[in-house]
Design a protein around this ligand. Structure first.
Ligand code: IPE
Ligand code: IPE
Ligand code: MG
Length: 221
């Protein structure tokens, strides 16, 4: 049976979920936060050590201003409202992405959340905010003096974190949208038609069971 260290999520389909209910795209984003919280909770029960969620991509700035503002507000509210809960559940928070482009108050909240959860041990949750894999790779190249795989990899946002074993993308599209291109080299990919707000822990369990039985070759036989 394969050991599972890390599951990464492209939480796609929020906008369509809200629109389908006649309540607008932002309503879908709001519901998407509930799914994230539930998935973290059940991952702790399943003893998955690391999760990464794609929250906001470096390309999502192309969206209408109203939606961008709502998303950033939602992130801020999540951290303010949930931080006690996050701390008590033993969640260690980590942020991937270029946070220097975010507003100073949001940056402050993100940094504080990382600091107060630094010593937590039940699970590591990475949130990719203003994250784009190509930028991450270019920045890592710039930071690495003498390039070799090991020296380069510690300059990626993942630093010493084990790479995803599983990638789950909801929402029906089978693409990576500039997410963890380097780190997903040997991940098992799962694409679901379900929209993110409808994703649940039984979907996750099914995927984990399937994953455990996969023969992972890494080029060997
Ligand atoms: C993903 O859902 C969430 C973010 C990008 C923040 P979308 O907003 O892309 O939802 P769809 O794909 O338009 O339905
Ligand atoms: C990927 O979803 C980004 C996040 C989930 C944060 P998108 O909806 O932005 O991806 P594309 O544009 O359809 O590829
Ligand atoms: Mg989308």
């Amino acid at each position: 049976m394969n050991t599972l260290n890390h599951v990464a999520f492209i939480m796609d389909g929020n906008g369509r979920w809200g629109q389908k209910r006649g309540k607008g795209r932002n309503y879908g984003h709001l519901k998407g936060v509930d799914t994230l919280k539930k998935i973290v909770k059940s991952s702790i029960k399943l003893k998955i050590p690391i999760l990464t969620f794609f929250v906001f991509s470096s390309e999502n700035w192309r969206r209408p201003k109203k939606e961008i503002n709502y998303l950033l507000k939602l992130i801020k509210i999540y951290f303010i409202k949930e931080i006690e809960n996050i701390k008590n559940q033993g969640i260690k928070l980590n942020i991937f992405g270029e946070i220097k482009k975010l507003s100073p108050d949001l940056r402050k909240i993100l940094k504080k959340s990382m600091l107060i959860t630094k010593k937590n041990k039940s699970i590591t949750v990475n949130l990719a905010i203003n994250y784009g894999s190509k930028n991450e790779i270019i920045n890592a190249f710039k930071k690495t003096k003498k390039i070799n795989k090991k020296k380069f990899e510690i300059n990626l946002d993942t630093k010493n974190i084990k790479y995803p074993d599983i990638l789950i993308r909801t929402g029906g599209h089978q693409r990576l949208s500039n997410f963890m291109l380097w780190q997903l080299a040997y991940a098992e990919l799962f694409f679901l038609k379900k929209l993110w707000p409808d994703f649940n822990s039984s979907d996750l369990k099914k995927i984990v069971r399937k994953f455990q039985k996969i023969k992972r070759n890494y080029g060997s036989v």
